[in-house]
Ligand binder design. Structure first.
Ligand SMILES: Nc1nc2c(ncn2[C@@H]2O[C@H](COP(=O)(O)OP(=O)(O)O)[C@@H](O)[C@H]2O)c(=O)[nH]1
Ligand SMILES: [Mg+2]
Length: 248
């Protein structure tokens, strides 16, 4: 399916202006998040030096109408997420209102070990398990691959990166932000983002919705457990009464 077809699918086949594809860029500080946002938009909109606030920009790139939110960078605390970081994450989400279509989790092509894994895991947990459905890994520092392919890099790295790959169902893309003029890498990324959106039936991620779903699931699970317990205990009672009859 061509990109135009995919887009008209997103717009229920009508030719009216297609609402922008909303991308939320997340990841740790100094990993190339703002550079990535700039590469995608094809211009320097986001401040690549510091920038402690989440920022939003609209633009068109490769024929695609886009809204990009550059989320404030995550810290490296592996054990708990500091409250200001949590609040900033919610703020970034609200900037994508009603919710991002795709989350780009920026991971630099450097060592990825247990501490990188738990720092990411802790922050993604805040967004609930459902967020993974809308997330793809965006590897930056693509220039560091040199002769090696990304598949080789993934295979050669340990179980922590494997974990991340599985969480994202092997959806990933490599960007070299030092070659922002190479638009093929951007086209391929946007195409993949669009595929992910189609996979999700056109649905964006909404924390509110997933929280309600999770509540609903745990409620059903609780009810099922209670019903099982009731059944077991009533069977238990039968056994006990049989016993007492036999015994007495
Ligand atoms: N070599 C190389 N450097 C990059 C790449 N992406 C980002 N950088 C550099 O990494 C540094 C941090 O980038 P920035 O976008 O500000 O990171 P952020 O803090 O995550 O927003 C900057 O000096 C960028 O020039 C890349 O693909 N290749
Ligand atoms: Mg930045």
């Amino acid at each position: 399916m061509g990109r135009m077809d995919k887009r008209s699918l997103r717009n229920n086949g009508s030719n009216q202006t297609i609402p922008p594809l909303r991308l939320l860029i997340i990841g740790q500080k100094r990993t190339g998040r703002s550079s990535t946002a700039n590469t995608i938009l094809g211009k320097d909109v986001f401040d690549t030096w510091g920038g402690a606030m989440s920022t939003v920009a609209h633009g068109e790139s490769e024929g695609q109408n886009l809204m990009i939110v550059d989320c404030c960078g995550w810290g490296t605390d592996e054990n708990m997420v500091p409250k200001p970081e949590k609040l900033e994450l919610f703020h970034a989400l609200s900037l994508c209102d009603p919710g991002p279509h795709v989350l780009l989790l920026v991971v630099p092509l450097l060592n990825f070990g247990p501490s990188e894994r738990s720092a990411i895991q802790k922050r993604m947990e805040i967004l609930t398990e459902g967020v993974w459905r809308h997330t793809m890994v965006l590897f930056t520092l693509g220039d560091r691959l040199r002769g090696c392919s990304i598949q080789e890099h993934i295979q050669a790295s340990g179980k922590d990166l494997q974990w991340l790959m599985e969480k994202c169902r092997y959806r990933y893309h490599v960007l070299n932000n030092k070659e922002a003029q190479d638009r093929r890498q951007v086209c391929a990324l946007l195409e993949q983002a669009e595929d992910l959106l189609i996979e999700n039936g056109g649905w964006h991620f909404s924390l509110h919705m997933y929280c309600r779903l999770e509540e609903e699931w745990s409620r059903r699970e609780r009810e099922m457990k209670e019903r099982n317990q009731e059944r077991q205990s009533s069977q238990g009672l039968v056994v006990v009464s049989n016993h007492s009859r036999q015994g007495g």
